[in-house]
Every structure is written in C-alpha cells, then in structure tokens.
Design a protein around this ligand. Structure first.
Ligand code: AMP
Length: 391
C-alpha cells in the first residue's frame, strides 16, 4: 500500500512516499518558496537529486505538481494507488493524544489550536485541503507533534500561574517534536529488547527538545506552551526569566513583537556567538579560538546536561540517553562534551564509536552505567506508520 507523508510549512511542502508495511521509501522531495518569487522544488529518487525551478502559486499547485512527478517517475500509475496521506500537524492542544483520521471536526480543532501555532497549523490545513482536492480517494490522517507528550502528569505540564489560565486560556506545557521522540524511543526499546525502560531522548537540531520517557510514555519534555522553552537552540533562547519580557517593554520601549522576534530568531547560538545559528560554524569558530563561540557552546552543552540530570532524577535512573536530529546525529564534539559532563552519573563515552555522523550506534563503553546511542530520527516514516495503522 502506498502512503504519502506530508509536512506543510508556511511556504514549503516536504513529502515522502512509502510502500507500506515494508516501510520502503519510494521517493521524497521538498517544494520551497511557495507563493514567493524564485520558487523551486527538489526530488530525490533512486539516489539522485533533481532540482527544478517552477512558479508555485500555492500549496494546491505544489500538490498537483507532486502528483505529476509521482506519475512521471512511475512511482504511481494511478492516484487510486495512494491509500493514505499523513500530515504533520504541529499543535493538537490537549484534545489530540494520538494520530487521527481527518474529518470536518478534526479540521475545526486544528483551526482552533492555530492560536498556539500561528505559522504552522494554518499551513497544515492548507496542505490537508490540497490533498483532499488533488487525491480525493485517499484517507487523510493528522499526526500531531504534541500528541506523544499528552501522557505527562499534570504537575509537569502545568505552569505555576493562576489555575484558571490553563482552563480558560489553554496555557500549559504541550511540548513539540513528539513524533521524533516517539520514533527514537520506540527504536531504542527495540534495540534494548524490552519496553519497561527509562529513556532520555535528546532531539537536538536547529530546534531542540529533550524528553523523559518511562515504559514508552512521555513523562516530561523541555518545550512548553511554544517551542521556545527548555534548551538553547540555533536562534531560540529556551528557558529564561519570563519577566525579562516586561522589563524590556517597560525600560527600553521594545514591543512584544520585537521581543518575540529576538527570542525566536536572534538568540541561542546566534545571539551568544554573534556569528551563526549553525553548530558547524560554532565548531569552526571554536577551532579559531573565538571566545563567543566557546561561550555559546559551553552554555548550550550545560543546558542539555542540566535537563538530563533533572530527568535522570525524575525517572529514578536511566537505561539509555538517545541523541538525534542535526546536532545529535552529526556533532561529534557536542555529544562528547555532553557525555563527558555526565561522568558523575557513571557515563563513559566510547570515543572511537562516537566518531561517526548520522549512524545508529552505541557510543558508550560496556562499563558505562548509562548507555548512550545515536539514533537517526525519521519523522516522515513515523507519520506513514501512523497513517498505515489507521487505515
Ligand atoms: P535539524 O534542525 O535537525 O535539521 O538540524 C540542523 C542543525 O544541525 C544545523 O543547523 C547544525 O547546527 C547541525 N548540524 C548538521 N550537520 C552537522 C555537522 N556535520 N556537524 C555539526 N552540526 C551539524
């Protein structure tokens, strides 16, 4: 059965098609700059990458071209072969604790939660509607980034604000990257050969979050009401004293929008290093003795270690720490610095094993009290699995 997995952003649309249940990836690609000048798309097929420039007015047009390409590459001969389309939806609020088949009510709810993800949820709805029009015979499934975190206990998702703010304004911790945390924790359990495990999963990419997972269920996660909580990220600050916001408004006449922009787009690695949001540039800067890059990396690592320590206590121990996403899979030095800082918990890195990028691998010594693994994430496959299972 052919399943299409779709991740629609405000001006982009990523896709992958799988043959299920074999989980064989048939084709993938991304449409970029939709609705803007110089739009283009890239297709990956049979190990080849092809880029085409094309005027893309909207997501529906991108979707139609996607279908034409599927036929061109003979991935499908007839649209009826596509039985399901899985859509990544960033915010499912406290309503969705699992993936669901999309109907009118589900779309209404996704719209309702747009206030919590104003850039992402409307884009997902556009993607869903484009899919409904272009592939009318397929079942559409919504896979929420927040759903995996719905098992958190109330003391972990509530903020110590007036209780009414949670019920009336929906203010609480929702978390994000749930599909990735779910994927890597399930894979980790597969490797360990059991499900009664205590795992700490570090999804550290441009966006970064960390989760405590007990017996396959999330009990805590570092992102909050929005993705700008917890870890230091490429351009986001993560945890700060919330009163900094009103302090800047009152004393320096900044607007709420300006502050939000700084906290989301000009902070993190970029804000501290004053150089780049990309850890590869930070690593280069460190090699050249750039003090601000050294500081940015120190702060970055420290925050991850703080969370691992906190979740270690909360879980009552830990069987494995999992690294995934851009830095988690590729930054040898970041993983080393994190694991070295955890020596006090009996963590012993295997330097040679850690010297890899993008490979599933155990990177601690047999004598390490906690194992650490690199597990490359695959959110698209997880979306396809959920879609296949619902069909
Ligand atoms: P993601 O958001 O998961 O795609 O992660 C993107 C980030 O991963 C980039 O901005 C880099 O900071 C980091 N990254 C990717 N490749 C490498 C690499 N080879 N070494 C260090 N960091 C990397």
């Amino acid at each position: 059965m052919k399943i299409l997995s779709v991740n629609a952003g405000s001006s982009s649309l990523k896709f992958q098609m799988y043959e299920m249940p074999e989980e064989k990836k048939l084709i993938s690609g991304v449409f970029e700059r939709i609705g803007m000048d110089n739009s283009f798309y890239t297709i990956k097929f049979n190990g080849e990458k092809i880029q085409k420039e094309k005027d893309l007015k909207n997501h529906k047009e991108a979707f139609s071209i996607l279908i034409d390409e599927l036929k061109e590459y003979k991935v499908v001969e007839d649209l009826s072969e596509i039985k399901g389309v899985g859509h990544r939806v960033v915010q499912g609020g406290d309503y969705f604790d699992k993936s669901v088949v999309i109907d009118k009510e589900v779309k209404e709810k996704i719209k309702e939660f747009s206030c919590l993800a104003p850039l992402h949820n409307p884009a997902a709805l556009i993607g869903i509607e484009a899919s409904e029009t272009v592939i009318p015979g397929a079942v559409n499934v919504a896979v929420f980034d927040t759903a995996f975190h719905q098992t958190m206990p109330i003391e972990n998702y509530l903020y110590a604000l007036p209780y009414e703010w949670a019920s009336k304004y929906k203010i609480r911790r929702y978390g994000a990257h749930g599909t990735s945390h779910k994927y890597v924790s399930a894979r980790m359990n597969e490797i360990l050969g059991r499900t009664n495990t205590k795992l700490i999963t570090c999804h550290i990419g441009n966006g970064a979050s960390i989760s405590a997972i007990k017996d396959g269920k999330c009990i805590n996660t570092s992102m909050g009401l929005t993705p700008n909580a917890g870890l230091i990220m490429g351009t986001r600050c993560g945890d700060i004293d919330a009163t900094i916001v009103t302090y800047m408004i009152k004393n320096y006449n900044m607007t709420a929008e300006e502050i939000e922009n700084v906290m989301n787009k000009e902070s993190g690695y970029l804000g501290i290093s004053e150089l780049s949001s990309d850890s590869r540039d930070i690593e280069d800067g460190i090699a050249k003795g750039n003090d601000k890059c050294i500081l940015a990396q120190k702060m970055y690592v420290k925050r991850v270690v703080d969370y691992i320590a906190k979740y270690y206590v909360e879980l009552g121990g830990c069987d494995a720490i999992v690294f995934t996403a851009g830095l988690g899979e590729n930054s040898i030095s970041t993983r080393r610095e994190i694991l070295d800082s955890l020596e006090v918990l009996g963590v012993k890195i295997d330097e040679k094993a850690n010297n890899v990028r993008g490979e599933e691998k155990l990177i601690t010594l047999p004598s390490s009290k906690i194992a650490a693994y690199i597990i490359p994430t695959d959110e698209e496959l997880m979306i396809s699995r959920d879609t296949y299972n619902l069909i």
